[in-house]
Design a protein around this ligand. Structure first.
Ligand code: G6P
Ligand code: MG
Length: 222
């Protein structure tokens, strides 16, 4: 009765969301812009260039740079970020994720991955999860960043899943909005994802039996 489960990557499968934050903070400081983790919530799930625009806006410098300069800044952030990726191993898969994936797979439910990151495949390879997902949608396959539904709809489509009978798992507000705009059941990992249909504080709380029963209750209400 569940067609597919689609996972976000950064912050759900592994803690790269924190590395994205550290890399942006370092780049922003070079521009004399200070960002904190509260502001960072707005960057989660948002593409690289769109994130840079939000940071420049935060520092009131949105009109100070040419496109070329912005591309150089984004590239610099990516270099900081990639240094963290060099140290990533399967040990960095977040608690509960391996168990969750195997529980879903044991029931024959297909799983997808939806990340607007250009580094998604590098991260999956480092975690040795590159052959785990039935379909991966990354930055190369979509035009629009979350919260647009394009990425989750693409994943469902390629998994031959009806979005209304599918589940998305996200740690970002923009990601939850993307899942809801796709009409899927939204599982949030965090404390402030008010629009999720079901929220757990951390990945270790992601239990397949609980997710299924929350999904069933939600379905019955539709
Ligand atoms: C994910 C992360 C964002 C990141 C985006 C682009 O959505 O949650 O924090 O900005 O991917 O990542 P990239 O690796 O392409 O810079
Ligand atoms: Mg995320």
């Amino acid at each position: 009765f569940i067609d597919a489960v689609v996972f976000d990557l950064d912050g759900v499968i592994t803690d790269t969301a924190h590395y994205h934050f550290l890399a942006w903070r370092e780049m922003a400081r070079e521009m004399n812009i200070e960002i904190d983790e509260v502001f960072n919530e707005r960057l989660k799930g948002v593409s690289r260039m769109a994130s840079l625009e939000l940071i420049l806006e935060e520092g009131n410098r949105q009109n100070d740079f040419t496109l070329h300069e912005k591309e150089t800044m984004a590239e610099k952030k990516n270099q900081h970020y990639c240094q963290f990726l060099n140290h990533l191993t399967p040990q960095d898969i977040l608690p509960g994720i391996v168990e969750l994936i195997s529980a879903i797979k044991s029931e024959g439910v297909p799983i997808g991955l939806a990340s607007v990151s250009k580094n998604a495949l590098t991260v999956l390879r480092a975690l040795q999860l590159d052959n785990t997902f039935d379909y991966i949608v990354d930055a190369s396959k979509v035009k629009k960043t979350k919260p647009d539904p394009e990425i989750f709809l693409t994943a469902c489509n390629r998994l031959e899943a009806d979005p209304e009978r599918s589940i998305g798992i996200e740690d970002a507000a923009a990601g939850i909005d993307s899942i809801k705009a796709s009409k899927m059941f939204a599982v949030g990992v965090g404390n402030t994802l008010y629009k999720s249909d079901y929220q757990v504080a951390a990945t270790k709380g992601l239990k397949w039996e609980n997710i299924k029963s929350e999904y069933q209750t939600w379905r019955n209400m539709q």
